[in-house]
Design a protein around this ligand. Structure first.
Ligand SMILES: [Zn+2]
Length: 250
């Protein structure tokens, strides 16, 4: 069984019901966390996930709403006695900034800190990131205001693609080709490295996906109208992600 748990769904400015966008994918082998703009510790525990089970962390890009709580999350794991290695993935220039951010906090002086492996990716398409028995993960550079990656995951029960922040992007259409679930941003700021719900629907159609989940939207927007707008360009099942929503692949 593979589960996707949405821990936050908002665009950069969150509200009471919607934290900044981040989610986990829980498989038999471990938990992959995607983005860390908000410390996920409390919500992981709320959803019954041991934060120490997080094996891998993808940082899609270096905007504060996607990365700013990473040092706190890593520190929390250390304070709670983590011993096992954490793998962190991102574009090489993002990894450089993540390391610089941790150095500001003098993390090398945190005694007995668990091992962290950084995986700096080149700015390419379909970069292989994880290849294990229960999950395979690839990344492609999306079309955002700073270098950002979308992620494709294939597991025994299905497949998904996450667009990350992006305007409508051919590389994301290719990355999402024929997946069961496309999780696409719907910031609704056309022309600023973001997408409207209609554009997210069009990417879903072009990629031939089964279903579309909208994320990274204005938390004050009328969610039913976001869905209706995506329906103009995509015939499949559409869901607007909510915080703490779980999708199970069986
Ligand atoms: Zn961004």
């Amino acid at each position: 069984m593979t589960e996707i748990i949405f821990l936050g769904t908002s665009k950069a400015v969150p509200n009471l019901e919607h934290q900044n966008s981040h989610f986990v994918v829980k498989s038999n082998e471990g938990v992959i966390l995607v983005d860390c703009g908000v410390n996920p510790l409390v919500r992981l525990k709320l959803m019954g996930i041991d934060p120490h089970d997080v094996t891998d962390l993808f940082v899609t890009h270096f905007h504060p709403d996607h990365v700013s709580d990473l040092p706190l999350f890593l520190m929390n794991l250390w304070l709670e006695g983590r011993e096992k290695t954490l793998e962190i993935y991102g574009l090489q220039e993002v990894i450089n900034k993540v390391e610089a951010l941790l150095e500001i906090y003098d993390w090398e002086s945190w005694e007995g800190f668990y091992p962290v492996n950084f995986h700096g990716l080149p700015q390419e398409e379909m970069m292989p990131c994880i290849e294990s028995e229960s999950i395979q993960v690839w990344a492609s550079v999306s079309c955002h205001s700073v270098p950002s990656i979308g992620i494709r995951m294939v597991f025994p029960e299905g497949s998904l693609c996450y667009s990350s922040d992006t305007s409508p992007c051919e590389a994301i259409v290719r990355l999402a080709k024929n997946v069961d679930l496309l999780i696409h941003e719907a910031t609704d700021e056309n022309g600023h490295g973001h997408s409207t719900p209609e554009q997210a629907g069009q990417v879903a159609t072009d990629a031939g996906v089964q279903s579309l989940t909208l994320i990274h939207y204005d938390p004050y927007a009328d969610l039913e109208s976001l869905k209706k707008r995506a329906e103009k360009t995509f015939d499949g099942n559409i869901v607007v992600a909510l915080d703490l929503m779980t999708v199970t692949f069986t």
